[in-house]
Ligand binder design. Sequence first.
Ligand code: GDP
Length: 313
Amino acid sequence: MFTSLSDRLTQTFRNLKRKGAVTESDLNSTIRDIRMALLDADVALPVVKEFTGRIRERGLGAEVHQALNPAQQIVKIVNEELVSILGGQTRRLNLAKNPPTVIMLAGLQGSGKTTFAGKLGRWLADQGHTPLLVAADLQRPNAVTQLEVVGERAGVKVYAPERGNIYGHDATLESGEGTRSFGDPVDVAVDGVEEARRRSHDVVIIDTAGRLAVDVDLMRQAHDIRIETSADEVLFVIDAMIGQAAVDTAKAFADGVGITGTVLSKLDGDARGGAALSVATVTGQPILFASTGEGVKDIELFHPDRMASRILD
Ligand code: GDP
Protein backbone atom coordinates (compact mmCIF):
# COMPACT_ATOMS: atom_id res chain seq x y z
CA MET A 1 0.00 0.00 0.00
CA PHE A 2 1.21 3.50 -0.87
CA THR A 3 4.63 2.22 -1.94
CA SER A 4 4.66 4.00 -5.24
CA LEU A 5 3.18 7.23 -3.84
CA SER A 6 5.61 7.14 -0.96
CA ASP A 7 8.61 6.62 -3.28
CA ARG A 8 7.50 9.46 -5.54
CA LEU A 9 7.05 11.92 -2.68
CA THR A 10 10.37 10.92 -1.12
CA GLN A 11 12.11 11.62 -4.43
CA THR A 12 10.32 14.97 -4.79
CA PHE A 13 11.44 16.06 -1.35
CA ARG A 14 14.97 14.80 -1.91
CA ASN A 15 15.19 17.12 -4.93
CA LEU A 16 13.81 20.00 -2.92
CA LYS A 17 16.14 19.48 0.02
CA ARG A 18 19.18 19.75 -2.28
CA LYS A 19 18.35 23.40 -2.76
CA GLY A 20 19.35 25.88 -0.09
CA ALA A 21 16.59 28.36 -0.75
CA VAL A 22 13.18 27.46 -2.15
CA THR A 23 12.08 29.85 -4.89
CA GLU A 24 8.52 30.19 -6.09
CA SER A 25 9.46 28.18 -9.14
CA ASP A 26 10.89 25.39 -6.93
CA LEU A 27 7.65 25.38 -4.99
CA ASN A 28 5.63 25.19 -8.21
CA SER A 29 7.60 22.28 -9.56
CA THR A 30 7.32 20.48 -6.21
CA ILE A 31 3.57 20.98 -6.24
CA ARG A 32 3.43 19.71 -9.83
CA ASP A 33 5.27 16.54 -8.78
CA ILE A 34 2.97 16.06 -5.79
CA ARG A 35 -0.09 16.53 -7.98
CA MET A 36 1.11 13.92 -10.48
CA ALA A 37 2.03 11.46 -7.72
CA LEU A 38 -1.42 11.81 -6.11
CA LEU A 39 -3.29 11.45 -9.40
CA ASP A 40 -1.25 8.37 -10.27
CA ALA A 41 -2.18 6.97 -6.86
CA ASP A 42 -5.86 7.36 -7.86
CA VAL A 43 -6.61 10.16 -5.44
CA ALA A 44 -9.80 11.96 -6.49
CA LEU A 45 -9.22 15.15 -8.52
CA PRO A 46 -11.14 17.52 -6.21
CA VAL A 47 -9.10 16.22 -3.28
CA VAL A 48 -5.84 16.66 -5.19
CA LYS A 49 -6.83 20.22 -6.10
CA GLU A 50 -7.74 21.12 -2.56
CA PHE A 51 -4.57 19.53 -1.23
CA THR A 52 -2.16 21.18 -3.66
CA GLY A 53 -4.01 24.49 -3.29
CA ARG A 54 -3.39 24.41 0.45
CA ILE A 55 0.29 23.52 -0.04
CA ARG A 56 0.74 26.42 -2.47
CA GLU A 57 -1.01 28.89 -0.21
CA ARG A 58 0.90 27.86 2.88
CA GLY A 59 4.19 27.36 0.99
CA LEU A 60 4.08 30.88 -0.45
CA GLY A 61 3.19 32.36 2.88
CA ALA A 62 5.82 30.04 4.38
CA GLU A 63 5.46 30.22 8.06
CA VAL A 64 8.93 31.12 9.21
CA HIS A 65 10.12 28.43 11.49
CA GLN A 66 13.60 29.11 12.81
CA ALA A 67 14.56 25.49 13.34
CA LEU A 68 13.69 24.37 9.81
CA ASN A 69 15.22 25.21 6.45
CA PRO A 70 12.80 26.13 3.64
CA ALA A 71 12.64 22.63 2.18
CA GLN A 72 11.90 21.13 5.60
CA GLN A 73 9.15 23.68 6.06
CA ILE A 74 7.48 22.53 2.83
CA VAL A 75 7.75 18.89 3.93
CA LYS A 76 6.20 19.83 7.27
CA ILE A 77 3.32 21.57 5.51
CA VAL A 78 2.74 18.56 3.24
CA ASN A 79 2.74 16.27 6.26
CA GLU A 80 0.20 18.41 8.10
CA GLU A 81 -2.05 18.64 5.08
CA LEU A 82 -1.85 14.87 4.55
CA VAL A 83 -2.96 14.33 8.15
CA SER A 84 -5.76 16.76 7.50
CA ILE A 85 -7.12 15.02 4.36
CA LEU A 86 -6.89 11.70 6.20
CA GLY A 87 -9.31 13.13 8.76
CA GLY A 88 -7.10 15.00 11.25
CA GLN A 89 -7.42 13.51 14.72
CA THR A 90 -7.88 9.82 15.48
CA ARG A 91 -11.59 9.30 15.90
CA ARG A 92 -12.76 6.58 18.27
CA LEU A 93 -16.11 4.82 18.29
CA ASN A 94 -19.00 6.71 19.86
CA LEU A 95 -20.45 4.47 22.52
CA ALA A 96 -24.00 5.23 23.61
CA LYS A 97 -24.62 6.44 27.15
CA ASN A 98 -27.55 4.07 27.33
CA PRO A 99 -26.49 0.72 25.88
CA PRO A 100 -26.79 -0.98 23.54
CA THR A 101 -24.65 1.08 21.19
CA VAL A 102 -25.90 0.41 17.67
CA ILE A 103 -23.25 0.20 14.97
CA MET A 104 -24.44 -0.35 11.45
CA LEU A 105 -22.20 -1.42 8.57
CA ALA A 106 -23.00 -0.34 5.02
CA GLY A 107 -21.17 -0.64 1.73
CA LEU A 108 -21.05 -2.39 -1.60
CA GLN A 109 -21.19 -6.17 -1.83
CA GLY A 110 -17.71 -7.61 -1.48
CA SER A 111 -16.36 -4.53 0.29
CA GLY A 112 -15.61 -6.57 3.40
CA LYS A 113 -18.59 -5.77 5.68
CA THR A 114 -19.27 -9.25 6.96
CA THR A 115 -15.59 -9.96 7.59
CA PHE A 116 -15.27 -6.63 9.39
CA ALA A 117 -18.37 -7.34 11.52
CA GLY A 118 -16.55 -10.35 12.98
CA LYS A 119 -13.34 -8.41 13.54
CA LEU A 120 -15.09 -5.50 15.20
CA GLY A 121 -17.07 -7.90 17.38
CA ARG A 122 -13.87 -9.64 18.51
CA TRP A 123 -12.07 -6.31 19.01
CA LEU A 124 -14.89 -5.02 21.21
CA ALA A 125 -15.17 -8.30 23.13
CA ASP A 126 -11.43 -8.13 23.83
CA GLN A 127 -12.09 -4.76 25.46
CA GLY A 128 -14.71 -6.22 27.74
CA HIS A 129 -17.81 -5.45 25.66
CA THR A 130 -20.54 -7.98 24.93
CA PRO A 131 -21.33 -7.47 21.26
CA LEU A 132 -24.13 -9.07 19.25
CA LEU A 133 -23.90 -9.37 15.47
CA VAL A 134 -27.18 -8.94 13.59
CA ALA A 135 -27.67 -10.49 10.16
CA ALA A 136 -29.77 -7.95 8.27
CA ASP A 137 -28.32 -8.78 4.85
CA LEU A 138 -31.20 -10.80 3.44
CA GLN A 139 -30.27 -10.00 -0.13
CA ARG A 140 -27.90 -12.89 -0.72
CA PRO A 141 -29.33 -16.26 0.39
CA ASN A 142 -26.12 -17.32 2.12
CA ALA A 143 -25.20 -14.00 3.70
CA VAL A 144 -26.84 -14.98 6.99
CA THR A 145 -24.93 -18.26 7.13
CA GLN A 146 -21.73 -16.39 6.31
CA LEU A 147 -22.26 -14.06 9.26
CA GLU A 148 -22.97 -17.04 11.50
CA VAL A 149 -19.67 -18.60 10.44
CA VAL A 150 -17.84 -15.30 10.95
CA GLY A 151 -19.43 -14.91 14.40
CA GLU A 152 -18.47 -18.41 15.42
CA ARG A 153 -14.89 -17.88 14.29
CA ALA A 154 -14.75 -14.59 16.20
CA GLY A 155 -16.44 -16.05 19.26
CA VAL A 156 -19.24 -13.47 19.03
CA LYS A 157 -22.99 -14.22 19.22
CA VAL A 158 -25.12 -13.71 16.11
CA TYR A 159 -28.79 -12.79 15.86
CA ALA A 160 -30.26 -14.18 12.64
CA PRO A 161 -33.83 -14.28 11.37
CA GLU A 162 -35.52 -17.66 11.27
CA ARG A 163 -33.82 -19.91 8.76
CA GLY A 164 -37.17 -21.04 7.39
CA ASN A 165 -37.94 -17.48 6.39
CA ILE A 166 -34.76 -17.11 4.45
CA TYR A 167 -34.21 -20.31 2.59
CA GLY A 168 -36.42 -21.91 -0.02
CA HIS A 169 -37.48 -18.60 -1.50
CA ASP A 170 -34.81 -18.20 -4.13
CA ALA A 171 -37.40 -18.07 -6.89
CA THR A 172 -38.96 -15.02 -5.26
CA LEU A 173 -35.59 -13.36 -4.97
CA GLU A 174 -34.82 -13.99 -8.62
CA SER A 175 -38.23 -12.82 -9.78
CA GLY A 176 -37.27 -9.42 -8.46
CA GLU A 177 -39.85 -9.10 -5.76
CA GLY A 178 -37.17 -7.85 -3.45
CA THR A 179 -36.42 -8.99 0.02
CA ARG A 180 -39.75 -8.75 1.80
CA SER A 181 -40.70 -12.40 1.47
CA PHE A 182 -37.53 -13.23 3.40
CA GLY A 183 -38.54 -11.04 6.25
CA ASP A 184 -37.91 -7.35 6.15
CA PRO A 185 -34.28 -6.40 6.84
CA VAL A 186 -35.42 -3.29 8.70
CA ASP A 187 -37.57 -5.43 11.01
CA VAL A 188 -34.73 -7.90 11.50
CA ALA A 189 -32.38 -5.05 12.45
CA VAL A 190 -34.89 -3.59 14.93
CA ASP A 191 -35.59 -7.06 16.38
CA GLY A 192 -31.84 -7.61 16.71
CA VAL A 193 -31.46 -4.44 18.76
CA GLU A 194 -34.39 -5.53 20.95
CA GLU A 195 -32.80 -8.94 21.41
CA ALA A 196 -29.54 -7.25 22.44
CA ARG A 197 -31.39 -5.15 24.99
CA ARG A 198 -33.20 -8.22 26.40
CA ARG A 199 -29.99 -10.20 26.69
CA SER A 200 -27.85 -7.30 27.92
CA HIS A 201 -25.45 -7.06 25.01
CA ASP A 202 -23.92 -3.61 25.18
CA VAL A 203 -23.06 -3.24 21.47
CA VAL A 204 -25.01 -4.32 18.38
CA ILE A 205 -23.25 -4.63 15.03
CA ILE A 206 -25.69 -4.76 12.13
CA ASP A 207 -24.50 -6.26 8.85
CA THR A 208 -26.56 -4.88 5.96
CA ALA A 209 -26.97 -5.85 2.32
CA GLY A 210 -24.82 -4.47 -0.46
CA ARG A 211 -24.93 -4.72 -4.22
CA LEU A 212 -22.19 -4.58 -6.79
CA ALA A 213 -23.09 -1.02 -7.67
CA VAL A 214 -24.87 1.82 -5.88
CA ASP A 215 -28.57 0.98 -5.84
CA VAL A 216 -31.48 3.23 -4.88
CA ASP A 217 -33.55 0.55 -3.11
CA LEU A 218 -30.67 -0.67 -1.01
CA MET A 219 -29.70 2.87 -0.11
CA ARG A 220 -33.22 3.47 1.10
CA GLN A 221 -33.18 0.22 3.05
CA ALA A 222 -29.89 1.13 4.72
CA HIS A 223 -31.24 4.61 5.44
CA ASP A 224 -34.37 3.10 7.02
CA ILE A 225 -32.30 0.73 9.15
CA ARG A 226 -30.27 3.68 10.38
CA ILE A 227 -33.40 5.63 11.34
CA GLU A 228 -35.41 2.75 12.80
CA THR A 229 -32.56 1.44 14.96
CA SER A 230 -31.38 4.96 15.91
CA ALA A 231 -27.89 3.83 14.95
CA ASP A 232 -25.11 5.55 16.91
CA GLU A 233 -22.54 4.81 14.23
CA VAL A 234 -23.04 4.12 10.54
CA LEU A 235 -19.75 2.85 9.23
CA PHE A 236 -19.24 2.82 5.50
CA VAL A 237 -16.95 -0.06 4.60
CA ILE A 238 -14.92 0.58 1.48
CA ASP A 239 -12.54 -1.67 -0.39
CA ALA A 240 -9.31 0.33 -0.53
CA MET A 241 -8.48 -1.36 -3.83
CA ILE A 242 -11.27 0.25 -5.86
CA GLY A 243 -9.39 3.42 -6.81
CA GLN A 244 -11.17 6.31 -8.51
CA ALA A 245 -14.63 4.70 -8.24
CA ALA A 246 -14.32 5.09 -4.48
CA VAL A 247 -15.32 8.72 -4.63
CA ASP A 248 -18.75 8.28 -6.24
CA THR A 249 -19.56 5.29 -4.06
CA ALA A 250 -18.52 7.08 -0.90
CA LYS A 251 -20.54 10.17 -1.79
CA ALA A 252 -23.59 8.08 -2.62
CA PHE A 253 -23.48 6.37 0.79
CA ALA A 254 -22.75 9.60 2.64
CA ASP A 255 -25.68 11.36 0.95
CA GLY A 256 -28.11 8.44 0.66
CA VAL A 257 -27.64 6.68 3.99
CA GLY A 258 -25.95 9.24 6.20
CA ILE A 259 -22.68 7.79 7.47
CA THR A 260 -20.69 8.71 10.56
CA GLY A 261 -17.37 7.26 9.48
CA THR A 262 -15.48 4.94 7.19
CA VAL A 263 -13.71 1.62 7.47
CA LEU A 264 -10.94 1.07 4.93
CA SER A 265 -10.82 -2.62 4.15
CA LYS A 266 -8.18 -4.64 2.32
CA LEU A 267 -5.48 -2.16 3.28
CA ASP A 268 -3.12 -5.13 3.23
CA GLY A 269 -3.40 -5.23 -0.56
CA ASP A 270 -1.14 -3.39 -2.97
CA ALA A 271 -3.67 -0.72 -3.86
CA ARG A 272 -2.28 2.65 -4.81
CA GLY A 273 -4.04 4.38 -1.94
CA GLY A 274 -6.46 6.71 -3.70
CA ALA A 275 -9.53 5.62 -1.76
CA ALA A 276 -7.76 6.06 1.56
CA LEU A 277 -6.68 9.56 0.69
CA SER A 278 -9.99 10.66 -0.80
CA VAL A 279 -12.72 9.22 1.37
CA ALA A 280 -12.55 11.46 4.45
CA THR A 281 -12.63 14.63 2.37
CA VAL A 282 -15.33 13.39 0.01
CA THR A 283 -17.67 12.17 2.76
CA GLY A 284 -16.79 14.80 5.35
CA GLN A 285 -16.54 11.95 7.88
CA PRO A 286 -13.43 10.42 9.45
CA ILE A 287 -11.86 7.02 8.88
CA LEU A 288 -12.22 4.96 12.07
CA PHE A 289 -10.70 1.59 11.27
CA ALA A 290 -8.37 -0.15 8.88
CA SER A 291 -9.12 -3.73 7.99
CA THR A 292 -5.88 -5.40 7.04
CA GLY A 293 -6.46 -9.03 6.19
CA GLU A 294 -8.89 -11.94 6.23
CA GLY A 295 -8.12 -12.97 9.82
CA VAL A 296 -10.33 -11.97 12.74
CA LYS A 297 -7.49 -10.01 14.37
CA ASP A 298 -6.65 -8.00 11.25
CA ILE A 299 -8.20 -4.75 12.46
CA GLU A 300 -6.55 -1.50 13.51
CA LEU A 301 -7.73 1.85 14.74
CA PHE A 302 -6.99 4.35 12.01
CA HIS A 303 -4.50 7.05 12.98
CA PRO A 304 -4.26 9.84 10.34
CA ASP A 305 -0.88 11.03 11.66
CA ARG A 306 0.69 7.57 11.56
CA MET A 307 -0.66 6.95 8.08
CA ALA A 308 0.76 10.28 6.87
CA SER A 309 4.16 9.41 8.35
CA ARG A 310 4.04 6.05 6.63
CA ILE A 311 3.44 7.77 3.32
CA LEU A 312 6.15 10.39 3.80
CA ASP A 313 8.88 8.26 5.39
P1 GDP B 1 -19.28 -8.13 2.12
O1 GDP B 1 -19.98 -8.62 0.89
O2 GDP B 1 -19.16 -6.64 2.13
O3 GDP B 1 -19.86 -8.67 3.39
O4 GDP B 1 -17.75 -8.64 2.01
P2 GDP B 1 -17.04 -9.90 2.71
O5 GDP B 1 -16.81 -9.63 4.13
O6 GDP B 1 -17.77 -11.14 2.33
O7 GDP B 1 -15.61 -9.85 2.00
C1 GDP B 1 -15.45 -10.06 0.60
C2 GDP B 1 -14.11 -10.76 0.36
O8 GDP B 1 -13.03 -9.92 0.76
C3 GDP B 1 -13.95 -12.05 1.14
O9 GDP B 1 -13.28 -12.98 0.31
C4 GDP B 1 -13.07 -11.66 2.32
O10 GDP B 1 -12.29 -12.73 2.79
C5 GDP B 1 -12.20 -10.58 1.69
N1 GDP B 1 -11.76 -9.57 2.68
C6 GDP B 1 -12.51 -8.88 3.56
N2 GDP B 1 -11.76 -8.02 4.28
C7 GDP B 1 -10.48 -8.17 3.86
C8 GDP B 1 -9.23 -7.53 4.21
O11 GDP B 1 -9.11 -6.64 5.06
N3 GDP B 1 -8.12 -7.95 3.52
C9 GDP B 1 -8.20 -8.93 2.57
N4 GDP B 1 -7.06 -9.27 1.94
N5 GDP B 1 -9.35 -9.52 2.21
C10 GDP B 1 -10.48 -9.16 2.84
